[in-house]
Design a protein around this ligand. Structure first.
Ligand SMILES: [Fe+2]
Length: 342
């Protein structure tokens, strides 16, 4: 935020001392277009991998999760990767359990490494494998556990900064380490995970997707079925994970996408309102953001602020796949969505 320009005469002193400012002093904050404080920023996997490895011995899982929060360097130490989203890299060692809890910020996970650990949501275990996309909606009890022999790493994405800006943060620790897991394992997948076949006896229509896991196999099948299409000139073959009952975003606050950039594909530049965080699932490429090149590879995470002009390019020898989260549903619902190509 720009500091107001102080004019010190008796009148201005009077209003400043009493917590008032003239509009003429702050008019420059009504900018002709968004000027985010967050900056485009990249966390390379080479760094994240080192942090993940060291975190295993440096910190216990404890009551809090072993999740390294990615702070945007432009946001002055705020708990935020962009102005609305926080991304983190979470590590769970064999045998560990992250204590059950719930919070009003909603969470998504994208599994980066390891297979077979679980997130239990409202008593239902969701078994997670590499490339799976998992949901934990607003105020649902959840715990994470790793009953396998390998370390599991995932990217968390939450709407924490948005929830905080709205002063709606609530958090509660469960009295038990593990909430009771009474429901069928991966039950939401059995109920809602089959395209165009919906259970007739279910009447609830939650605002968040009742499907808690979107498997990588199904995601890849969908992408490859479309690989010969033109797709979007700005996003390539891009698919949104959708709410199975409404076709809309998986949550009211976050939209999640997966996009395929074929070998040699160079997408056109565009800017949109709203911020995103990208995670490289596969391949190599380059994203030009406001004139700066970010060369990326598998495991990297990139913050993209609102209204930044960006263009992705696949520079590798095979397919490139990007997963991303954004605040688009909020932007669209509030009537703020805009895009431009220059
Ligand atoms: Fe949580």
């Amino acid at each position: 935020m720009n500091a107001p320009v102080k004019t010190e005469d008796a009148f201005h002193q009077l209003i400043h001392e009493n917590h008032m400012w003239g509009l003429w002093e702050i008019a420059s904050q009504m900018t002709p277009h968004p000027r985010p404080q967050a900056i485009p920023y990249q966390w390379k996997w080479s760094l994240l991998e080192k942090v993940v490895r060291q975190s295993a011995t440096a910190v216990p899982v404890g009551d809090e999760r072993r999740a390294m929060q990615l702070f945007n360097p432009g946001l002055n130490g705020q708990w935020a990767t962009t102005n609305t989203l926080i991304a983190a890299v979470q590590v769970l060692l064999p045998g560990e359990i992250a204590r059950a809890h719930r919070h009003t910020p909603s969470a998504i996970r994208f599994i980066m490494q390891g297979n077979g650990a679980y997130t239990a949501v409202e008593g239902e275990k969701v078994l997670m494998h590499e490339g799976d996309f998992v949901l934990t909606a607003n105020w649902q009890w959840h715990d994470h556990g790793n009953e396998t022999n390998e370390t599991v790493v995932w990217m968390d994405g939450l709407d924490v900064p948005l929830t905080k800006a709205l002063d709606c943060i609530f958090f509660e620790m469960h009295k038990e380490l593990k909430a009771e897991h009474a429901k069928p394992v991966n039950g939401s997948k059995a109920l809602y995970g089959h395209a165009n076949l919906a259970p007739t006896w279910v009447k609830e229509r939650p605002r968040f997707s009742p499907l808690m896991i979107y498997s990588f196999d199904q995601t890849m099948e969908a992408l490859h079925a479309l690989r010969d299409r033109d797709g979007s000139p700005y996003e390539g073959i891009a698919l949104e994970y959708t709410h199975p009952q409404t076709g809309g975003p998986v949550m009211p606050t976050m939209s999640c996408r997966i996009q395929l950039l074929r070998r040699g594909e160079k997408l056109k530049a565009r800017r949109v309102t709203g911020s995103s965080v990208f995670h490289v699932v596969q391949g190599q490429g380059r994203t030009l953001i406001d004139g700066n090149a970010f060369d990326w590879g598998k495991g990297d995470i990139i913050a993209l602020p609102s209204w930044a002009l960006h263009a992705h390019e696949n520079t590798g020898s095979g397919d490139a796949i990007l997963f991303s989260i954004s605040d688009r549903p909020v932007i669209e619902t509030l009537g703020f969505y805009r895009e431009a190509t220059s």
